[in-house]
Design a protein around this ligand. Structure first.
Ligand code: 2RA
Length: 342
């Protein structure tokens, strides 16, 4: 069987990656519709050698569509995802609009695939930083429950969109030319600089990006009171996020065992050459499906602590690939019918 697919936000960094992955992974597409905000209508994108024109969003846009892949921001998802479901489609939403809704599964297929079995038409793709971290920490959590997780992120410009990736290059060029670096898309100059993630600050002094990691990880792991804290930082890197993760367990976690587990974990690639001091880097994670993990070591401040480092492509596994893998899961398990909630 093949499916009538629509991409909402087709011209964005994640949207174009969704299009490319539908083709490269040979997803069973019967027909493909590209939808976007008015400013992108009329643009053309190529799918399997055919030029497709971006169409405007409308009430009728979702008629005769089986699957919507949405990556156009929370407000458009809130406005259009329920309409798409009413029209009979299943929506895999990359925005944060529905992630914490109890009726909406939040899924990393390698971690909690079964959660996708029960949905009311919308399945949420977690935040990129959460996907990368969950993929790498879940296999260890399966062996010994994580008692506390501390993460610091080193987030690429791609997380702020394709225009931000362009702007950081322009800023670098300006600085090298001895000119002022202009920040219009980004909140501040990012080239040769970094800044705490500029999402809205909450009452506890954590930004929304950090609260996403706390709340989404608890939902995906099914551990409501998981002790987790995060510091999210935007760094002058183009397209892959990196994360320094400290895990505390009840009992010491053997480093060699952790290394062995992660070297066999789906979607994860162990990158460690201690002799060469060579470990995951964002320039090597970019364009890869796998999340690279390395520098796994005993926490010298705590006998039951483990330290590790990862780099993962924010646009690919951090967003588009995870969404496509959810779609492949729904097809394989025949969970695409709407709704499956009893
Ligand atoms: C960021 N996680 O990197 C957000 C975007 N998805 O800013």
């Amino acid at each position: 069987q093949s499916y009538r697919v629509a991409i909402l936000g087709a011209t964005g960094a994640v949207g174009t990656e969704l299009l490319s992955l539908l083709e490269s992974r040979n997803f069973p597409v019967a027909s493909l519709k590209l939808l976007a905000s008015p400013r992108s209508v009329g643009k053309t994108l190529t799918f399997k050698g055919e030029a497709l024109t971006v169409e405007p969003l409308s009430e009728q846009a979702f008629a005769n569509v089986d699957l919507v892949l949405a990556s156009a921001g929370g407000s458009l998802s809130r406005q259009w995802a329920p309409k798409a479901v009413e029209a009979g489609a299943v929506v895999i939403d990359n925005s944060s609009a529905f992630r914490m809704d109890s009726q909406v599964p939040l899924v990393v297929p390698e971690v909690n695939a079964q959660a996708a079995a029960h949905h009311a038409g919308i399945i949420a793709n977690p935040n990129c930083t959460t996907i990368l971290m969950s993929l790498v920490t879940w296999p260890l959590h399966q062996v010994q429950p994580i008692q506390r997780l501390v993460v610091s992120t080193y987030q690429s410009a791609s997380g702020a969109g394709a225009r931000a990736m362009e702007e950081v290059k322009q800023q670098a060029q300006a600085i090298l030319n001895g000119e002022e670096a202009i920040a219009e898309v980004l909140p501040y100059p990012l080239a040769f600089n970094l800044f705490p993630h500029n999402s809205r600050l909450t009452e506890a002094g954590y930004c929304e990006e950090e609260m996403k990691m706390l709340n989404e990880t608890r939902k995906i792991f099914g551990v409501e009171n998981l002790r987790i804290t995060a510091t999210c930082v935007r760094v002058p890197v183009l397209r892959a996020h990196s994360e320094a993760i400290n895990l505390e367990f009840e009992r010491p976690f053997d480093v060699a065992q952790a290394r062995a587990i992660l070297s066999q974990s789906p979607g994860v690639r162990l990158v460690e050459d201690w002799q060469a001091n060579y470990f995951p880097m964002p320039i090597e994670a970019s364009g890869q499906d796998d999340v690279l993990v390395g520098r796994i070591r005993q926490d010298l401040s705590h006998p039951c602590g483990l330290e590790l480092w990862l780099s993962g492509d924010q646009i690919r596994k951090g967003a588009a690939l995870n969404a496509i893998q959810i779609a492949e899961l729904l097809v394989a398990k025949r969970w695409l019918a709407v709704p499956t909630l009893a």
